[in-house]
Ligand binder design. Structure first.
Ligand SMILES: NC(=O)c1ccc[n+]([C@@H]2O[C@H](COP(=O)([O-])OP(=O)(O)OC[C@H]3O[C@@H](n4cnc5c(N)ncnc54)[C@H](OP(=O)(O)O)[C@@H]3O)[C@@H](O)[C@H]2O)c1
Length: 247
């Protein structure tokens, strides 16, 4: 295999399960040393570390809650100290709180924004202090930034729309430094957050042009491309990977 990320160091937030775990493994299979954060799944995190080390690269699992800005900064510093620097940041950790406007709590609002938005800014700010030319920042947004076809998802959709403004603005800060920043916006992807079987899944499938959920590996493939050397002219972009959900 052509290891397009050899000698690169990556941090992925929320890498113990789902889309994040697939990204950790894919970037490692491309030759990158990888660090990733988790909160509640130490056993899963340990399994990922073992799987990645078997690929012959360094792996580091960091317990860090994205809701806490200090822990996010510490995770970036830990990555730099233990892997030597940081070339790729993937802001993947995210939460989905769904509820009708009449009942939606401020606590859920604040937690959604702390994890889905503030942590992305905080990690990016900490990482770019160390990133050199060729650096890559990739956020996992959502197709719901542009289309939210069911009730109760307004705050989640708003948190993902906020990332669009962030990457568009920060691309101007970081472009002259040779660092790109983009959003990958998945549609329904089979994970613990969004199981591909069940009543809700059947409703969603009817709205997807290709009539199926996407896989975590399909998202990881796009992230690997954006992390690699051929994507240097893509920045400030919101890239949909949603099977035509928003078409
Ligand atoms: N699945 C979809 O259909 C879909 C579609 C569009 C966008 N997305 C986005 O894709 C991203 C990943 O989603 P997913 O479906 O893979 O979710 P998931 O299956 O629920 O996995 C979430 C991952 O994030 C970690 N995490 C959760 N809260 C965290 C926190 N406060 N601090 C640090 N890590 C935290 C979890 O760690 P622990 O294992 O330790 O809990 C886990 O590794 C999210 O940003 C989500 O909004 C998902």
């Amino acid at each position: 295999m052509n290891h397009i990320l050899k000698n690169k160091r990556a941090l992925i937030t929320g890498g113990s399960r789902g889309i994040g775990a697939a990204i950790v493994k894919r970037l490692a299979s491309e030759g990158a040393d990888v660090a990733f954060t988790y909160t509640s799944s130490p056993d899963r995190a340990n399994e990922i570390v073992q799987a990645v080390q078997a690929l012959g690269v360094q792996a580091l699992a960091i317990h860090a809650d994205s809701a806490d800005a200090r822990e996010v900064v510490a995770a970036v510093e830990d990555t730099v100290n233990k892997l030597g620097s940081i070339d790729i940041l993937v802001n993947n950790a995210g939460v989905l709180a769904i509820g009708p406007i009449d009942d939606f709590t401020l606590a859920d609002f604040d937690r959604t924004f702390a994890i889905n938005v503030r942590a992305v800014f905080v990690a990016t700010q900490a990482a770019v202090k160390h990133m050199k030319e060729g650096g890559r920042i990739i956020n996992i947004g959502s197709t719901n930034a542009e289309r939210m076809p069911f009730a109760g998802g307004g705050v989640y959709a708003m948190s993902k729309s906020a990332l669009q403004g962030l990457v568009q603005g920060l691309s101007r800060d970081l472009g002259p430094r040779g660092i790109t920043i983009n959003n990958v916006q998945p549609g329904p992807i089979a994970t613990d957050m969004n199981p591909s079987e069940g009543e809700f899944a059947e409703i969603l499938k009817k709205q997807i042009a290709v009539a199926r959920y996407g896989t975590v590996d399909e998202v990881a493939g796009l992230v690997a491309y954006l992390a690699g050397p051929e994507s240097g002219y893509i920045t400030g972009a919101n890239l949909m990977i949603d099977g035509g959900f928003s078409a």
